[in-house]
Write a protein that binds this ligand. Structure first.
Ligand code: NAD
Length: 493
């Protein structure tokens, strides 16, 4: 199968285009070939999107939302198929694949509801016979750049508010996971979204991503990916005066206090750390534990880790799937030596799995380091794999300080039975998301999603907050006095 661009409601010709194989990370099987587009392809898509946007902006928001209801309905109808495709191209276990598709369905219905809300403000005016309000206006053409680890959910967090907000978009998915974008393009086509509203251009970040960033007619860039790439996106976006929303890396921690329910904490840590083979932006990669329960927590973690099944995520009995590719495996593995050289103790894992299916795919053993100091590289840098560092602390204050002592600020969690500690922690943890007595993953689509410091630049995906990225505030004054009234001057007299 050849995956080609969906532009202006048409599937682009495949002649003379370059294609690259898409591989199943579980077994190396070639699933499809994806188009590696050029800056000219981006230009074509932007031109179509500019024309379409002028009409789209005038479609009443509740009517724009009707398309989202239809998109949600089709996604629901095809949920199992979409989940299977997702698991094949990305590797996460099928249960998580279904969960991710469900997130997209929820986002469709939630954002469709915004078509009849999209509240602005009406306020009193400082002058008589004058009316004042603020409304959300469409911005124009937006560029969406997404990572491979959530091939559909993240795209829905961005494209659905873009649609309901009256914008048109060009979506550049990650080259590792273009099949979900292709499936979504088919859905956009089937629901009859007007030509040019939804455009999908496949290809490399250096070519297609850069072309979007440099294009004068792209007004907004919404990016999710690594902090390293996000920095480049921010620089180019700044130079070109685009509105840029960035969701980037994380180094998320679970704090376990001495009064915590340890079994509950163990379950939360396992799910957050090893789900999606540790490749969630919110994955737990640090456990900050009170010294009084460190040994016991470690013991219980090791016992439970023993039961984790690792293999092809399409098999329902598997708990941990492969990591995305060889490059990722090598990066993860390099941190084992780094950790040991720094003085951390490797408790379990630390190896690339081999033999049987493991030889065909990219499998890494769930790994636990202990005796980790907060400033070690394994406790500071995003490894993006199934590797966890245990850091011992003596108090809640120290735990919070360790949690906050990294450049990232996406998600944090605390297990404690003390409500006072829980409230103090939610106030002081410097992350965009905080969980009490739950692991670091599990965001719901109706709340803002994003992080502080090196994780974000103040914008948020999902929730109503996403509309702040994809709409512009316009303040409207209606003077019905029939005379010249001068604000900030006449109201003094
Ligand atoms: P990445 O930064 O390598 O790529 C992300 C996207 O950017 C891809 O589509 C890629 O092709 C594109 N890209 C690459 N170079 C580019 C350039 N120069 N200009 C424009 N676009 C470019 O990230 P990844 O490996 O795909 O994803 C993993 C990273 O994403 C991790 O760091 C993870 O924490 C992060 N992530 C963050 C969130 C969040 O909401 N904070 C969610 C998911 C993933």
């Amino acid at each position: 199968m050849k995956l080609t661009n969906f532009v202006n409601g048409q599937w682009q010709q495949t002649e003379q285009a370059e294609f690259r194989p898409v591989l199943n990370p579980a077994n190396g099987e070639e699933l499809a070939q994806v188009r590696m587009s050029t800056a000219q392809d981006v230009d074509l898509a932007v031109k179509a999107a500019v024309i379409a946007q002028k009409k789209w902006a005038k479609v009443p928001a509740p009517k724009r939302a009707d398309y989202l209801y239809e998109i949600g309905r089709l996604m629901k109808e095809r949920k199992e198929h979409l989940a299977q495709v997702l698991t094949k191209e990305m590797g996460k276990v099928i249960e998580e694949g279904r969960g991710e598709v469900q997130e997209g369905i929820d986002m469709a219905y939630y954002m469709a509801g915004e078509g009849r809300r999209m509240f602005g403000e009406t306020t009193p005016s400082e002058l008589g016979d004058k009316f004042a309000m603020s409304i959300r206006s469409p911005i124009g053409v937006v560029g969406l750049i997404t990572p491979w680890n959530f091939p559909v959910a993240i795209a829905t967090w961005k494209s659905f508010p873009a649609i309901v907000g009256g914008n048109t978009f060009i979506w550049k998915p990650a080259t590792e996971t273009p099949m979900m974008a292709y499936e979504m393009a088919k859905i956009f086509e089937e629901v009859g979204l007007p030509e040019g509203v939804a455009n999908i251009v496949f290809g490399a970040g250096s070519e297609v991503g850069t072309a979007l960033l440099e294009h004068k007619d792209v007004r907004v860039i919404s990016f999710t990916g690594s902090t390293e790439t996000g920095r480049k996106v921010a620089e180019a976006g700044g130079r070109n005066l685009k509105k840029v929303s960035l969701e980037m890396g994380g180094k998320n921690a679970v704090i376990v206090m001495e009064d915590a329910d340890l079994d509950l904490a163990v379950e939360g840590i396992l799910w957050s750390a090893f789900g999606t083979a540790g490749q969630r932006c919110t994955a737990c990669s640090r456990v900050i534990v009170h010294k009084d329960v460190k040994e016991e927590l470690q013991k219980r973690l090791l016992t439970k880790m023993d039961t984790l099944t690792i293999g092809d995520g399409a098999d329902e009995s598997i708990k941990i799937g492969p990591v995305i590719n060889r490059k990722a495996i090598e990066k993860i593995h390099s941190y084992i030596e780094i950790g040991q050289q720094e003085g951390a103790t490797l408790l379990v894992g630390g190896e690339i799995l081999t033999g049987g299916i493991y030889d065909k795919g990219n499998y890494y053993a769930p790994t636990l380091f202990t005796d980790v100091k907060p400033d070690m590289r394994i406790a500071q840098e995003e490894i993006f794999g199934p590797v966890v560092s245990i850091i011992e602390v003596a108090s809640l204050d120290e735990a919070i300080e360790v949690n906050n002592g990294v450049i990232y600020g996406l998600s944090s969690s605390i297990y404690t039975a003390d409500v006072n500690r829980a409230f103090k922690a939610q106030r002081d943890l410097d992350t965009g998301i905080v969980y009490i007595n739950a692991g670091t993953t599990g965001a719901e689509i109706h709340l803002p999603f994003g992080g502080t410091k090196g994780t974000g630049n103040g914008h948020r995906d999902s929730g109503v907050a996403a509309l702040d990225v994809f709409t512009e505030w316009k303040s409207v004054y209606v003077d019905y006095s029939g005379k010249l009234q001068r604000a900030q001057i006449d109201n003094e007299t």
